[in-house]
Design a protein around this ligand. Sequence first.
Ligand code: 5AD
Ligand code: SF4
Length: 448
Amino acid sequence: MKRVFLETYGCQMNVADSELMAGVLERAGMELVESAEDADAVILNTCAIREHAEQRVLGRLGEFANLKSRNPDLIVGVAGCMAQHLRARLLDKKRVLDLVVGPDGYRNLPELLRRAAQLPTAEVRLDRDETYGDLEPKRHGGVRAWVTVQRGCDKFCTYCVVPYTRGRERSLPLADLVRQVEQAAAQGFREIVFLGQTVNSYHDGAHDFADLLRATNDVHGVLRIRYTSPHPSDMSERVLDAMTTCQKVMPHVHLPLQSGSDRVLAAMERSYTLAQYRTLLARIRQRIPGVAVSTDIIVGFPGETLEDFAATQAFLAEARYDSAFLFKYSARPDTKAYRLRETVDDDEKGRRLQSLIDQQHGISGEIMDGWLGREVEVLVDGPSWRGKGAREPQLHGKSREFKTVVWSDDGALPGTLRRVRVVGATPVTLLGESLAVPRPEPLVTLSA
Ligand code: 5AD
Ligand code: SF4
Protein backbone atom coordinates (compact mmCIF):
# COMPACT_ATOMS: atom_id res chain seq x y z
CA MET A 1 0.00 0.00 0.00
CA LYS A 2 1.49 3.26 -1.15
CA ARG A 3 -0.93 5.95 -2.15
CA VAL A 4 -3.29 7.61 0.33
CA PHE A 5 -6.06 10.10 -0.29
CA LEU A 6 -6.94 12.25 2.75
CA GLU A 7 -10.14 14.29 2.90
CA THR A 8 -10.81 16.69 5.76
CA TYR A 9 -14.07 17.84 7.34
CA GLY A 10 -14.75 20.19 10.23
CA CYS A 11 -12.64 22.70 12.11
CA GLN A 12 -9.09 23.99 11.73
CA MET A 13 -8.02 21.49 14.35
CA ASN A 14 -8.93 18.74 11.91
CA VAL A 15 -7.08 20.47 9.10
CA ALA A 16 -4.03 20.56 11.38
CA ASP A 17 -4.54 16.89 12.30
CA SER A 18 -4.65 15.98 8.61
CA GLU A 19 -1.31 17.76 8.17
CA LEU A 20 0.00 15.69 11.05
CA MET A 21 -1.28 12.47 9.44
CA ALA A 22 0.25 13.53 6.13
CA GLY A 23 3.62 13.93 7.85
CA VAL A 24 3.36 10.52 9.52
CA LEU A 25 2.38 8.81 6.26
CA GLU A 26 5.10 10.41 4.18
CA ARG A 27 7.79 9.54 6.70
CA ALA A 28 6.61 5.92 6.38
CA GLY A 29 7.21 6.10 2.63
CA MET A 30 3.60 6.57 1.60
CA GLU A 31 2.50 9.10 -0.97
CA LEU A 32 -0.42 11.50 -0.66
CA VAL A 33 -2.54 11.70 -3.79
CA GLU A 34 -5.08 14.23 -4.97
CA SER A 35 -7.96 11.95 -5.84
CA ALA A 36 -9.62 8.87 -4.37
CA GLU A 37 -9.51 7.17 -7.78
CA ASP A 38 -5.70 7.14 -7.68
CA ALA A 39 -5.46 5.84 -4.11
CA ASP A 40 -4.86 2.48 -2.43
CA ALA A 41 -6.41 3.90 0.74
CA VAL A 42 -8.78 6.77 1.45
CA ILE A 43 -9.11 8.36 4.87
CA LEU A 44 -11.87 10.76 5.83
CA ASN A 45 -10.89 13.00 8.73
CA THR A 46 -14.27 13.72 10.25
CA CYS A 47 -16.17 16.04 12.56
CA ALA A 48 -18.91 15.16 15.04
CA ILE A 49 -19.82 18.59 16.38
CA ARG A 50 -23.29 18.64 14.78
CA GLU A 51 -25.39 15.89 13.26
CA HIS A 52 -25.24 17.55 9.87
CA ALA A 53 -21.44 17.10 9.80
CA GLU A 54 -21.82 13.37 10.37
CA GLN A 55 -24.47 13.04 7.70
CA ARG A 56 -22.20 14.61 5.11
CA VAL A 57 -19.54 12.04 5.91
CA LEU A 58 -21.99 9.13 5.72
CA GLY A 59 -23.03 10.41 2.29
CA ARG A 60 -19.40 10.53 1.21
CA LEU A 61 -18.85 6.98 2.50
CA GLY A 62 -21.63 5.87 0.17
CA GLU A 63 -19.58 7.22 -2.73
CA PHE A 64 -16.54 5.32 -1.52
CA ALA A 65 -18.65 2.17 -1.32
CA ASN A 66 -19.22 2.52 -5.07
CA LEU A 67 -15.55 3.03 -5.67
CA LYS A 68 -14.77 -0.02 -3.59
CA SER A 69 -17.20 -2.18 -5.52
CA ARG A 70 -15.04 -1.43 -8.57
CA ASN A 71 -11.77 -1.73 -6.65
CA PRO A 72 -12.23 -4.26 -3.81
CA ASP A 73 -8.66 -3.77 -2.56
CA LEU A 74 -9.32 -0.14 -1.69
CA ILE A 75 -8.91 0.54 2.04
CA VAL A 76 -11.50 2.95 3.41
CA GLY A 77 -10.81 4.62 6.74
CA VAL A 78 -12.58 7.09 8.97
CA ALA A 79 -10.47 9.22 11.31
CA GLY A 80 -11.19 12.05 13.70
CA CYS A 81 -14.05 12.96 15.97
CA MET A 82 -16.75 10.93 14.26
CA ALA A 83 -14.54 7.85 14.35
CA GLN A 84 -14.08 8.32 18.07
CA HIS A 85 -17.76 9.08 18.54
CA LEU A 86 -19.13 6.06 16.71
CA ARG A 87 -16.17 3.76 17.27
CA ALA A 88 -16.73 0.13 16.33
CA ARG A 89 -20.35 0.90 15.49
CA LEU A 90 -19.05 2.40 12.29
CA LEU A 91 -17.31 -0.84 11.39
CA ASP A 92 -20.45 -2.89 11.98
CA LYS A 93 -22.81 -0.61 10.17
CA LYS A 94 -20.91 0.07 7.00
CA ARG A 95 -19.28 -2.94 5.41
CA VAL A 96 -17.34 -0.53 3.31
CA LEU A 97 -15.12 0.53 6.20
CA ASP A 98 -11.79 -1.11 6.96
CA LEU A 99 -10.34 1.31 9.48
CA VAL A 100 -11.68 3.50 12.28
CA VAL A 101 -9.06 5.65 13.99
CA GLY A 102 -9.70 8.27 16.66
CA PRO A 103 -7.75 11.52 17.23
CA ASP A 104 -5.15 9.85 19.47
CA GLY A 105 -4.28 7.02 17.05
CA TYR A 106 -2.46 8.89 14.28
CA ARG A 107 1.08 8.09 15.38
CA ASN A 108 0.62 4.48 14.20
CA LEU A 109 -1.41 5.26 11.11
CA PRO A 110 0.88 3.45 8.61
CA GLU A 111 0.77 0.28 10.69
CA LEU A 112 -3.01 0.58 11.14
CA LEU A 113 -3.47 0.91 7.39
CA ARG A 114 -1.40 -2.22 6.81
CA ARG A 115 -3.44 -4.09 9.39
CA ALA A 116 -6.71 -2.82 7.92
CA ALA A 117 -5.71 -4.40 4.60
CA GLN A 118 -5.95 -7.77 6.39
CA LEU A 119 -8.96 -7.29 8.67
CA PRO A 120 -11.26 -4.49 9.87
CA THR A 121 -9.31 -2.44 12.41
CA ALA A 122 -10.36 0.06 15.07
CA GLU A 123 -7.98 2.20 17.12
CA VAL A 124 -10.17 4.36 19.31
CA ARG A 125 -8.39 4.49 22.65
CA LEU A 126 -8.06 8.01 23.97
CA ASP A 127 -4.61 8.69 25.33
CA ARG A 128 -4.22 11.28 28.09
CA ASP A 129 -0.60 11.88 27.17
CA GLU A 130 -0.56 11.91 23.38
CA THR A 131 0.28 15.38 22.09
CA TYR A 132 2.23 14.50 18.91
CA GLY A 133 4.60 17.24 20.10
CA ASP A 134 7.60 15.49 18.56
CA LEU A 135 6.04 14.91 15.13
CA GLU A 136 6.44 17.30 12.26
CA PRO A 137 3.27 17.97 10.29
CA LYS A 138 3.36 18.32 6.53
CA ARG A 139 1.82 21.76 6.22
CA HIS A 140 -0.14 22.94 3.23
CA GLY A 141 1.45 25.81 1.39
CA GLY A 142 0.36 29.38 1.87
CA VAL A 143 1.37 32.08 4.28
CA ARG A 144 -0.48 30.83 7.37
CA ALA A 145 0.64 27.89 9.51
CA TRP A 146 -1.82 26.37 11.97
CA VAL A 147 -0.04 25.10 15.04
CA THR A 148 -1.91 22.90 17.49
CA VAL A 149 -0.78 23.84 21.01
CA GLN A 150 -3.26 21.81 22.99
CA ARG A 151 -5.46 18.78 22.42
CA GLY A 152 -8.75 17.78 24.02
CA CYS A 153 -11.04 19.73 26.31
CA ASP A 154 -11.92 19.57 30.00
CA LYS A 155 -14.79 22.06 30.00
CA PHE A 156 -17.67 19.67 29.29
CA CYS A 157 -20.16 22.27 28.08
CA THR A 158 -23.36 20.26 28.18
CA TYR A 159 -24.07 20.45 24.43
CA CYS A 160 -20.59 19.58 23.25
CA VAL A 161 -19.20 16.25 22.11
CA VAL A 162 -15.57 17.37 21.94
CA PRO A 163 -14.49 16.23 25.44
CA TYR A 164 -15.75 12.76 24.46
CA THR A 165 -14.20 12.64 21.02
CA ARG A 166 -10.89 14.35 21.75
CA GLY A 167 -10.47 13.38 25.38
CA ARG A 168 -8.78 15.24 28.20
CA GLU A 169 -7.00 18.52 27.77
CA ARG A 170 -3.23 18.34 27.38
CA SER A 171 -0.71 20.90 26.15
CA LEU A 172 2.37 20.47 24.01
CA PRO A 173 5.67 21.43 25.64
CA LEU A 174 6.58 25.05 24.96
CA ALA A 175 9.98 24.08 23.53
CA ASP A 176 8.31 21.82 20.92
CA LEU A 177 6.03 24.67 19.92
CA VAL A 178 8.85 27.20 19.60
CA ARG A 179 10.66 24.67 17.41
CA GLN A 180 7.53 24.16 15.28
CA VAL A 181 7.11 27.91 14.85
CA GLU A 182 10.77 28.31 13.89
CA GLN A 183 10.41 25.50 11.37
CA ALA A 184 7.26 27.02 9.90
CA ALA A 185 9.00 30.39 9.57
CA ALA A 186 11.99 28.73 7.90
CA GLN A 187 9.60 27.06 5.44
CA GLY A 188 8.25 30.49 4.50
CA PHE A 189 5.10 30.75 6.61
CA ARG A 190 4.59 34.30 7.85
CA GLU A 191 1.54 34.00 10.07
CA ILE A 192 1.16 31.52 12.92
CA VAL A 193 -2.28 30.58 14.23
CA PHE A 194 -2.22 28.73 17.53
CA LEU A 195 -4.99 26.19 17.83
CA GLY A 196 -6.65 24.62 20.81
CA GLN A 197 -10.17 23.84 21.95
CA THR A 198 -9.66 26.31 24.80
CA VAL A 199 -6.35 27.65 23.59
CA ASN A 200 -5.81 30.18 26.35
CA SER A 201 -5.94 27.50 29.05
CA TYR A 202 -2.67 26.24 27.54
CA HIS A 203 -0.30 25.09 30.28
CA ASP A 204 2.59 22.69 29.80
CA GLY A 205 3.34 22.39 33.51
CA ALA A 206 5.80 25.25 33.50
CA HIS A 207 4.46 27.80 31.00
CA ASP A 208 1.07 29.30 30.31
CA PHE A 209 -0.45 30.81 27.18
CA ALA A 210 1.01 34.25 27.86
CA ASP A 211 4.47 32.64 28.00
CA LEU A 212 3.80 30.94 24.67
CA LEU A 213 2.85 34.24 23.01
CA ARG A 214 5.96 35.92 24.39
CA ALA A 215 8.28 33.06 23.44
CA THR A 216 7.09 32.95 19.83
CA ASN A 217 6.82 36.71 19.35
CA ASP A 218 10.59 36.78 18.94
CA VAL A 219 10.84 34.09 16.28
CA HIS A 220 12.60 35.52 13.23
CA GLY A 221 10.55 35.46 10.04
CA VAL A 222 7.17 35.38 11.73
CA LEU A 223 5.19 38.54 10.96
CA ARG A 224 1.92 37.81 12.71
CA ILE A 225 0.53 35.58 15.46
CA ARG A 226 -3.13 34.71 16.08
CA TYR A 227 -4.93 32.12 18.15
CA THR A 228 -8.29 30.38 18.32
CA SER A 229 -10.47 29.68 20.27
CA PRO A 230 -10.00 31.10 23.73
CA HIS A 231 -12.51 30.33 26.48
CA PRO A 232 -13.88 33.41 28.27
CA SER A 233 -13.22 31.87 31.70
CA ASP A 234 -9.49 31.45 30.93
CA MET A 235 -8.93 34.94 29.53
CA SER A 236 -6.43 36.15 32.09
CA GLU A 237 -4.92 39.57 32.53
CA ARG A 238 -1.56 37.90 31.79
CA VAL A 239 -2.80 36.98 28.30
CA LEU A 240 -4.03 40.53 27.73
CA ASP A 241 -0.65 41.85 28.95
CA ALA A 242 1.10 39.59 26.46
CA MET A 243 -1.23 40.71 23.67
CA THR A 244 -0.45 44.35 24.34
CA THR A 245 3.31 43.90 24.58
CA CYS A 246 3.89 41.34 21.82
CA GLN A 247 3.85 43.35 18.62
CA LYS A 248 3.27 40.36 16.37
CA VAL A 249 0.11 39.22 18.19
CA MET A 250 -2.77 40.59 16.15
CA PRO A 251 -5.72 42.57 17.57
CA HIS A 252 -8.41 39.97 17.06
CA VAL A 253 -10.11 37.83 19.67
CA HIS A 254 -12.64 35.12 18.94
CA LEU A 255 -14.66 34.98 22.16
CA PRO A 256 -17.46 32.40 22.04
CA LEU A 257 -20.59 33.64 23.81
CA GLN A 258 -22.99 30.71 23.04
CA SER A 259 -26.03 32.49 24.53
CA GLY A 260 -27.03 35.89 25.87
CA SER A 261 -29.28 34.39 28.54
CA ASP A 262 -27.93 33.55 31.98
CA ARG A 263 -30.42 30.73 32.32
CA VAL A 264 -29.19 29.10 29.11
CA LEU A 265 -25.53 29.77 29.92
CA ALA A 266 -26.06 27.96 33.22
CA ALA A 267 -27.79 25.03 31.50
CA MET A 268 -24.90 24.88 29.05
CA GLU A 269 -22.48 24.92 32.03
CA ARG A 270 -20.41 27.61 30.38
CA SER A 271 -19.01 28.72 33.77
CA TYR A 272 -19.63 32.47 33.28
CA THR A 273 -22.59 34.78 33.56
CA LEU A 274 -23.51 37.34 30.96
CA ALA A 275 -22.35 40.09 33.33
CA GLN A 276 -18.91 38.46 33.63
CA TYR A 277 -18.67 38.05 29.87
CA ARG A 278 -19.68 41.70 29.37
CA THR A 279 -16.98 42.86 31.80
CA LEU A 280 -14.38 40.73 30.03
CA LEU A 281 -15.37 42.05 26.61
CA ALA A 282 -15.09 45.63 27.85
CA ARG A 283 -11.70 44.87 29.41
CA ILE A 284 -10.39 43.35 26.16
CA ARG A 285 -11.54 46.39 24.22
CA GLN A 286 -10.01 48.73 26.76
CA ARG A 287 -6.63 47.00 26.79
CA ILE A 288 -6.39 46.38 23.04
CA PRO A 289 -7.70 49.47 21.28
CA GLY A 290 -9.19 48.71 17.88
CA VAL A 291 -9.42 44.98 18.62
CA ALA A 292 -11.82 43.01 16.42
CA VAL A 293 -14.01 40.54 18.27
CA SER A 294 -15.93 37.61 16.83
CA THR A 295 -18.05 34.96 18.51
CA ASP A 296 -19.98 31.68 18.36
CA ILE A 297 -23.67 31.45 19.30
CA ILE A 298 -26.02 28.47 19.47
CA VAL A 299 -29.79 28.95 19.10
CA GLY A 300 -32.47 26.52 20.21
CA PHE A 301 -30.70 24.88 23.16
CA PRO A 302 -33.26 22.74 25.08
CA GLY A 303 -35.40 25.06 27.19
CA GLU A 304 -34.43 28.25 25.31
CA THR A 305 -37.56 30.41 25.54
CA LEU A 306 -38.42 33.42 23.41
CA GLU A 307 -37.30 35.52 26.32
CA ASP A 308 -33.92 33.78 26.44
CA PHE A 309 -33.57 34.25 22.71
CA ALA A 310 -34.47 37.94 23.02
CA ALA A 311 -31.62 38.24 25.55
CA THR A 312 -29.24 36.86 22.92
CA GLN A 313 -30.56 39.32 20.34
CA ALA A 314 -30.15 42.17 22.82
CA PHE A 315 -26.59 41.18 23.63
CA LEU A 316 -25.71 40.82 19.96
CA ALA A 317 -26.86 44.41 19.48
CA GLU A 318 -24.91 45.54 22.52
CA ALA A 319 -21.66 43.66 21.84
CA ARG A 320 -21.39 44.68 18.19
CA TYR A 321 -19.16 41.80 17.17
CA ASP A 322 -17.20 42.16 13.96
CA SER A 323 -18.54 38.75 12.95
CA ALA A 324 -20.32 35.76 14.43
CA PHE A 325 -20.60 32.04 13.71
CA LEU A 326 -24.20 31.11 14.38
CA PHE A 327 -25.46 27.55 14.83
CA LYS A 328 -28.67 25.65 15.41
CA TYR A 329 -28.38 23.42 18.45
CA SER A 330 -27.80 19.80 17.47
CA ALA A 331 -28.28 17.09 20.12
CA ARG A 332 -25.16 14.93 20.37
CA PRO A 333 -25.19 11.46 21.90
CA ASP A 334 -22.92 11.14 24.99
CA THR A 335 -23.41 14.75 26.04
CA LYS A 336 -25.38 15.85 29.10
CA ALA A 337 -27.79 17.93 27.05
CA TYR A 338 -28.64 14.89 24.93
CA ARG A 339 -30.78 13.69 27.80
CA LEU A 340 -32.77 16.94 27.87
CA ARG A 341 -36.06 17.13 26.03
CA GLU A 342 -35.78 19.37 22.99
CA THR A 343 -38.24 22.23 23.27
CA VAL A 344 -37.45 24.22 20.13
CA ASP A 345 -38.44 22.52 16.90
CA ASP A 346 -36.29 22.72 13.80
CA ASP A 347 -38.44 25.36 12.08
CA GLU A 348 -38.25 27.61 15.10
CA LYS A 349 -34.49 27.06 15.38
CA GLY A 350 -34.28 28.05 11.72
CA ARG A 351 -36.26 31.25 12.38
CA ARG A 352 -34.09 32.18 15.36
CA LEU A 353 -30.94 31.46 13.40
CA GLN A 354 -32.07 33.55 10.43
CA SER A 355 -33.02 36.42 12.67
CA LEU A 356 -29.53 36.46 14.24
CA ILE A 357 -27.89 36.13 10.83
CA ASP A 358 -29.83 39.17 9.57
CA GLN A 359 -29.06 41.14 12.70
CA GLN A 360 -25.33 40.35 12.58
CA HIS A 361 -25.21 41.04 8.85
CA GLY A 362 -26.42 44.58 9.57
CA ILE A 363 -23.91 45.08 12.38
CA SER A 364 -21.00 43.66 10.38
CA GLY A 365 -21.99 45.89 7.45
CA GLU A 366 -21.95 49.00 9.63
CA ILE A 367 -18.58 48.08 11.14
CA MET A 368 -17.09 47.40 7.72
CA ASP A 369 -18.44 50.72 6.40
CA GLY A 370 -16.58 52.37 9.27
CA TRP A 371 -13.33 51.26 7.59
CA LEU A 372 -13.98 53.29 4.45
CA GLY A 373 -11.18 55.74 3.77
CA ARG A 374 -8.85 54.15 6.31
CA GLU A 375 -5.50 52.54 5.63
CA VAL A 376 -5.01 48.90 6.56
CA GLU A 377 -1.92 46.75 6.77
CA VAL A 378 -2.54 43.55 4.84
CA LEU A 379 -0.62 40.30 4.85
CA VAL A 380 -0.84 39.17 1.22
CA ASP A 381 -2.33 35.70 0.71
CA GLY A 382 -2.23 35.65 -3.09
CA PRO A 383 -4.47 36.04 -6.16
CA SER A 384 -8.14 36.46 -5.28
CA TRP A 385 -10.73 34.04 -6.59
CA ARG A 386 -12.87 37.12 -7.09
CA GLY A 387 -10.28 38.16 -9.62
CA LYS A 388 -11.57 35.55 -12.07
CA GLY A 389 -14.76 37.49 -12.74
CA ALA A 390 -13.23 40.91 -12.27
CA ARG A 391 -11.89 43.03 -15.07
CA GLU A 392 -8.39 43.14 -13.67
CA PRO A 393 -6.44 40.64 -11.57
CA GLN A 394 -6.84 41.07 -7.85
CA LEU A 395 -5.02 40.05 -4.71
CA HIS A 396 -6.44 39.16 -1.35
CA GLY A 397 -5.10 39.09 2.16
CA LYS A 398 -6.00 39.71 5.78
CA SER A 399 -5.89 42.91 7.76
CA ARG A 400 -4.46 42.90 11.26
CA GLU A 401 -8.05 42.42 12.49
CA PHE A 402 -8.43 39.32 10.28
CA LYS A 403 -10.69 41.03 7.79
CA THR A 404 -10.46 39.90 4.19
CA VAL A 405 -9.16 42.66 1.92
CA VAL A 406 -9.24 42.52 -1.88
CA TRP A 407 -7.38 44.99 -4.14
CA SER A 408 -6.02 45.31 -7.67
CA ASP A 409 -2.92 43.24 -8.24
CA ASP A 410 -0.02 45.59 -7.57
CA GLY A 411 2.60 42.87 -7.80
CA ALA A 412 2.72 42.26 -4.07
CA LEU A 413 4.09 38.83 -3.25
CA PRO A 414 2.31 36.35 -0.97
CA GLY A 415 3.69 36.58 2.55
CA THR A 416 4.57 40.26 2.36
CA LEU A 417 2.85 43.16 4.11
CA ARG A 418 1.08 45.82 2.05
CA ARG A 419 -0.62 49.07 2.93
CA VAL A 420 -4.00 49.40 1.28
CA ARG A 421 -6.62 52.17 1.43
CA VAL A 422 -10.19 50.96 1.92
CA VAL A 423 -12.45 52.29 -0.84
CA GLY A 424 -15.38 49.89 -0.57
CA ALA A 425 -16.90 47.42 1.87
CA THR A 426 -19.36 44.56 2.11
CA PRO A 427 -20.28 42.89 5.42
CA VAL A 428 -17.50 40.34 4.83
CA THR A 429 -14.89 42.00 2.59
CA LEU A 430 -13.01 45.27 2.39
CA LEU A 431 -12.20 46.49 -1.11
CA GLY A 432 -8.93 48.33 -1.27
CA GLU A 433 -6.72 50.50 -3.36
CA SER A 434 -3.00 49.80 -3.30
CA LEU A 435 -0.80 52.41 -1.68
CA ALA A 436 2.30 50.86 -3.16
CA VAL A 437 4.45 53.52 -4.75
CA PRO A 438 5.24 52.46 -8.31
CA ARG A 439 8.99 52.08 -8.64
CA PRO A 440 10.25 54.88 -10.90
CA GLU A 441 12.02 53.93 -14.10
CA PRO A 442 15.73 54.58 -13.58
CA LEU A 443 17.00 57.46 -15.69
CA VAL A 444 20.43 55.95 -15.98
CA THR A 445 21.20 52.27 -15.82
CA LEU A 446 24.48 51.70 -14.10
CA SER A 447 26.49 48.86 -15.45
CA ALA A 448 28.16 46.63 -12.96
N1 5AD B 1 -24.86 22.08 18.45
C1 5AD B 1 -24.64 23.24 17.83
N2 5AD B 1 -23.50 23.93 17.89
C2 5AD B 1 -22.50 23.41 18.62
N3 5AD B 1 -21.26 23.85 18.88
C3 5AD B 1 -20.64 22.96 19.66
N4 5AD B 1 -21.47 21.92 19.92
C4 5AD B 1 -22.64 22.17 19.29
C5 5AD B 1 -23.89 21.51 19.19
N5 5AD B 1 -24.11 20.35 19.81
C6 5AD B 1 -20.74 25.13 18.40
C7 5AD B 1 -20.31 26.05 19.54
C8 5AD B 1 -18.81 26.03 19.45
C9 5AD B 1 -18.62 25.87 17.97
C10 5AD B 1 -17.28 25.39 17.57
O1 5AD B 1 -19.60 24.91 17.60
O2 5AD B 1 -20.81 27.34 19.29
O3 5AD B 1 -18.22 27.21 19.95
FE1 SF4 C 1 -16.87 22.04 23.52
FE2 SF4 C 1 -17.13 23.74 25.58
FE3 SF4 C 1 -14.81 22.38 25.20
FE4 SF4 C 1 -15.49 24.35 23.49
S1 SF4 C 1 -15.06 24.61 25.70
S2 SF4 C 1 -14.72 22.31 22.93
S3 SF4 C 1 -17.73 24.15 23.43
S4 SF4 C 1 -16.80 21.51 25.69
